[in-house]
Write a protein of this length. Structure first.
Length: 384
């Protein structure tokens, strides 16, 4: 069938299989061009099908020459409904990795569940013996707890509500949005979904099953951002979860010190992802950021960030005083943030095209779902 993008708010309900394959192909080509360095060779990526997780899986394969196991929760095609982009991304990655001689096995299901952990542990034991790196890149809106109850995360502030500009992705209209205050239960639920609890469960399960190599490393991802987004992100409900994630990295390193485990958090740059598109204020900030960083020659997408993380910062163990890898270092340069501060109060619906890179925002958005690639024939019939 001919597949066209169907956008509702901040999500696209269709994905293009050939476009997703082209996306993966381009990310692999970037890493191949950059070349290999020495690094871990057996890498488990939890949350491996889109965004930073997919970029991580591609980067460790082609920067380190690593074999990978990926875990994700995606939907396959049904009737006239396409599969999710992550489903097509995973199939494309497995195809390219196999052609290049790399082991790549993928599991599709609930990464929070004990059943998934057991399946992965058994596969590591059988195929690898032990894993020497675990990347934790889960980005789920809800989690089923071990007792069967379901909890959801919220995008809210803590303490007092916050009003600022955002962009309505349905209309490209710049307008004010007020973000409400999370209550204590919502904060705690957000921590359960987006904090470090499940990351810790994975690492301890792997260690107890003795499928985690001595001196292994594990990395999870976070975002801090500039002052303009702090109320919703750094200090909001998500921020409380990310603080828990950081505390978890310290605890894991302490608890598994006898095995030499090192747990890190990488603070990444603001990018168009399925998660960030849902956060008030952030899409407007990203559109301004893209324009400025492109003008300064500093812009990176997911794969450029992940290659720089694994081939440079991780290899050098280049962390800040708190122990974070800082991939937002270029974003938070004074020359970038000063320019954003200067245009933030000026930006309106009428001048967003001039002051921001709204076209670049939408280009990245559509490409997440396999659309807007100039060498893909979108009028052709494809097998979904």
């Amino acid at each position: 069938m001919v597949v066209e993008p169907k956008v509702k708010g901040f999500i696209c309900t269709t994905a293009h299989p050939a476009g997703c394959e082209e996306s993966v192909r381009r990310q692999i080509a970037y890493c191949k061009e950059k070349g290999q360095v020495d690094g871990p060779k057996k890498v488990l990526v939890i949350g491996a099908s889109t965004g930073y997780g997919l970029g991580s899986r591609i980067a460790v394969t082609y920067a380190y020459g690593a074999d990978t196991i990926g875990v994700s929760f995606e939907k396959e095609a049904k009737g006239k409904r396409t599969a999710t982009a992550g489903w097509y991304n995973t199939k494309a990655f497995e195809k390219f990795a196999a052609e290049d001689g790399y082991y790549a096995k993928s599991f599709n299901g609930d990464g929070f569940s004990r059943e998934m952990k057991d399946q992965v542990i058994e596969t590591i034991r059988k195929d690898w013996g032990k894993a020497d790196m675990v990347v934790y890149s889960m980005a789920a809106p809800r989690r089923t707890m071990p007792d069967g109850t379901a909890v959801s995360s919220v995008l809210k502030t803590v303490g007092k509500e916050f009003t600022n500009k955002t962009i309505d992705l349905k209309t490209n209209e710049v307008k004010e949005v007020t973000v409400p205050v999370a209550d204590e239960e919502e904060i705690q639920n957000t921590i359960k979904v987006m904090g470090g609890e499940d990351w810790s469960d994975w690492i301890h399960a792997l260690a107890e099953a003795d499928v985690l190599a001595d001196n292994a490393s594990t990395i999870a991802y976070s975002y801090i951002g500039p002052v303009v987004t702090h109320a919703i992100y750094k200090d909001g409900s998500i921020g409380q979860a990310k603080k828990h994630l950081y505390e978890t990295s310290r605890k894991l390193t302490e608890e598994l010190a006898d095995r030499g485990l090192k747990a890190y958090v990488s603070v990444n740059k603001a990018l168009v992802t399925q998660s960030s598109a849902a956060i008030p204020i952030v899409p407007l900030y990203i559109s301004l950021l893209y324009k400025i960083m492109k003008e300064e020659g500093l812009h990176e997408g997911c794969i450029e960030q992940m290659y720089r993380l694994f081939a440079d910062k991780f290899v050098k163990k280049e962390v800040d005083e708190a122990g974070y890898f800082r991939l937002d270092d270029w974003e938070l340069q004074d020359k970038v943030q000063d320019k954003i501060t200067a245009v933030w109060d000026q930006v309106t619906t009428e001048n967003i095209q001039e002051l921001g890179d709204i076209d670049g925002y939408w280009e990245d958005f559509y490409q997440m779902f396999g659309f807007h690639y100039d060498n893909v024939d979108y009028s052709a019939d494809v097998e979904i």
